[in-house]
Ligand binder design. Structure first.
Ligand code: F6P
Length: 322
């Protein structure tokens, strides 16, 4: 078993970046510990506040955000952070080289039912020659990410990470408090018979997605001529982890349920990091009309449609959008 530091050194990853990922992992270990204490630590339930997205904040959303924010801003490596739980960017060190976007606790509606949640992160460099800390610095397409990953807090705590040289999976060994390498190269199978989507939104989708999912459900009685199975964890981090582990297609498509919010998932700290991982594992990630990592962001909390996973299945789905 290898720890992730020596493994990343083999890839010639910059020592500052390794140090930043290590720092981030220190806060994720603490989140993992607190989650496992659960009800005993009085950390379940909601606060009385809403975040910028208008969603009720869970106590653990707030705690996780604070833990990650504090450690990153004090690291000396980070110029600024953008978090799902912060209205605006927060400045760190003047000389910090990195910008970190994160969702401190994705799938937080799962907290109270003791189910899967995770931390998602995306790391970029400050564009050359730029001083201070501005929101504009963050508005770089996903292709500019130098690292991305998530920590999944499940029966075991796992880190899934890319620095642009494939995808590795590490498992937290609680006896020594270290992430150990448990899968050197995660690859998404090209074909699948499993899909993940919130079916209760079906009537609100656009025509191409309605037709695609109808054809999956028709199984071997329809044009696809094979049966599909459906899984929905209601935490993107859990659904994407399944796709990375055994293939599948995950989508949160555009819908008309809330006309003010046609897309649910956030580009900078959900769709981009997951797209980087999925592409590095041989999969495809798109809005239906555009590669997600090529979107030019216009603001840090913007939302996008997401279709990602097994290459051949995502390509089939994209065929319906042409
Ligand atoms: O961040 C949004 C999120 O929690 C995702 O992790 C998840 O895929 C989605 O919302 C689930 O939302 P819903 O169950 O409302 O469709």
């Amino acid at each position: 078993m290898q720890r992730f530091v020596p493994v990343l050194r083999n890839d010639n990853v910059d020592l500052d970046l390794i140090s930043l990922i290590n720092t981030l992992m220190a806060s994720c270990k603490e989140i993992s510990f607190r989650l496992h204490q659960g009800e005993l630590a009085d950390i379940l339930g909601s606060t009385l506040d809403e975040n910028i997205q208008g969603e009720t904040q869970k106590k653990l959303d707030v705690i996780s955000n604070q833990l990650i924010k504090d450690i990153l801003l004090e690291s000396g490596l980070v110029r600024a952070i953008a978090s799902e739980e912060e209205d605006t960017i927060v400045a760190g060190s003047e000389n910090g080289r990195y910008l970190v976007c994160f969702d401190p606790l994705d799938g937080s509606s799962n907290i109270d039912i003791n189910s899967l949640v995770g931390t998602i992160f995306s790391i970029m460099e400050v564009p050359e020659g730029q001083t201070g800390a501005t929101e504009e610095m963050f508005l770089q397409p996903g292709t500019q990410q130098v690292a991305a990953g998530y920590v999944l807090y499940g029966p075991s705590t796992q880190l899934v990470l890319t620095t642009g040289n494939g995808v590795r999976q590490y498992t937290l060994d609680n006896t020594i408090g270290e992430f150990l390498l448990t899968n050197e190269k995660m690859i998404i199978s090209e074909d699948t018979q499993e899909f993940a989507v919130n079916m209760s939104n079906q009537r609100f989708w656009q025509a191409p997605m309605q037709q695609y999912i109808s054809d999956l459900i028709a199984g071997d009685t329809g044009t696809r001529d094979k049966n599909f199975n459906m899984r929905w964890i209601a935490a993107m981090v859990g659904d994407v982890h399944r796709v990375l582990t055994r293939g599948g297609i995950f989508t949160y498509p555009t819908d008309t349920k809330n006309p003010k919010q046609p897309n649910k998932l956030r580009l900078m700290y959900e769709a981009n990091p997951m797209s980087f991982l999925v592409e590095q594992a041989g999969g495809v990630s798109s809005t239906g009309y555009q590669r997600i990592m090529e979107i030019q962001p216009t603001e840090i909390h913007q939302r996008v449609a997401v279709i990602l996973g097994s290459k051949n299945e995502v390509d089939t789905c994209l065929g319906y959008h042409k």
